[in-house]
Design a protein around this ligand. Sequence first.
Ligand code: GLY
Length: 321
Amino acid sequence: MIEPVIISNWRYGKSAVSTGMEALKRTDSALDAVEFGIRAVEDDPLTDSVGTGGIPNIEGVSELDASFMVGNIYRCGAVTCLTMTKNPISVARKVMELCPHVMLCGEGATRFARAVGFQEYQPVTPAASEKWKDLREKLYAGMKDKSKFKEYQAAVGYDSDLDSLARGIEMMTKAGQLKQLGTVGTLCLDSTGKIVAGTSTSGWALRLPGRVADSSVIGAGTYATPAGASSSTGLGEVSIRHGLTRSVCDFLEQDYSPTEACESALKKMQKRDKVDLIMALIALDKQGRVGGASTKESFSYQYQKLGDSVMTEVVPTPVSV
Ligand code: GLY
C-alpha cells in the first residue's frame, strides 16, 4: 500500500505542501498536487524569485521558467522566458499534455499560453519593481569592483574575457551577492504510484534577457523516472552543467535513499567542479521516502504524508567532499 507524500523546498514551499495536499485529497492526483502546490508559491507576491512578485531581468521584464514531469511515463513539458503570464507551471503542464514538443521558449511559449487559455497578466508587482530599481542602482554602483568579477569567474568556471560577457556576468554577480535567486520545487507520489516533479522560478534578478534558468531544463531543474523524482535550486548555470536532477534519479535507480541520492549528486558535482555557491536538491522515491541535501546551511525543505496532521521541516547538514 502506497502512502501519498508531497515535498517542497525552501520555507516558502510550505504553501506548496499545504495547497498540494488539499489538491491531493480532492483528486488523488500527483499531477494536480504538484501543479496547484507550485501555483500557491507563484501567486504569492512576497516570494520575490518565483512567479508574481519575482524580480525581473536587467531590462525590467519578467521572464518566467518552469517544468513539469511525470516519471512513470517519462512525459514532460517546459517553458522558458515566458512573459506576461500568471502561472508558468500550469503552462508547462499544458505543454506536456497538449503539445508535441517538450519545451517552448519566449514568444512561442507566450503564444502557446494564450492559445490554451491563459490571459495576459503582468507578474511584476509594484514592490518587485521597486526592488529591481534599488538592485539596479546598487549594481551599477558596484560595477567597478573587478575583484568580485574574478571571484565569480573562478567559482563558476567562465573563461571568456569578452568585455560584454564580463559586464553581464559582473551584473549578475552583484545580483547574486544580493541573494536574489530562488526556485520552488515540488514532488509528489500519489496512491496510484504516479511520481510527479515540478519546478518554477522567475530567475536570477537582473539576469541578461533570454537567460534560461535550470527550472525549465529537464534533467537539470526537474527530472522524474519510475524510480523517483528530483528538483534542484541554486545557481541554474551549475545545475544545467551537471544535470543535477537526472544525476539524482540515476542514483535512485541504483536504490540509494532520496537523501543519499541528493548527497551523491552534489558530491559528484563538487568532485568535478569548484562550486562555492548554494546548490540544493530534494528527492522522492517510489516507496514514498523523501530527502534532500545542500552545499550550504541556509537550505531547508518540508514534506507531509497523507496521514500526517502536520508537515515536517528538515534542515540538512551541508555536504562537501
Ligand atoms: N535556479 C533558479 C535560477 O537559476 O534562476
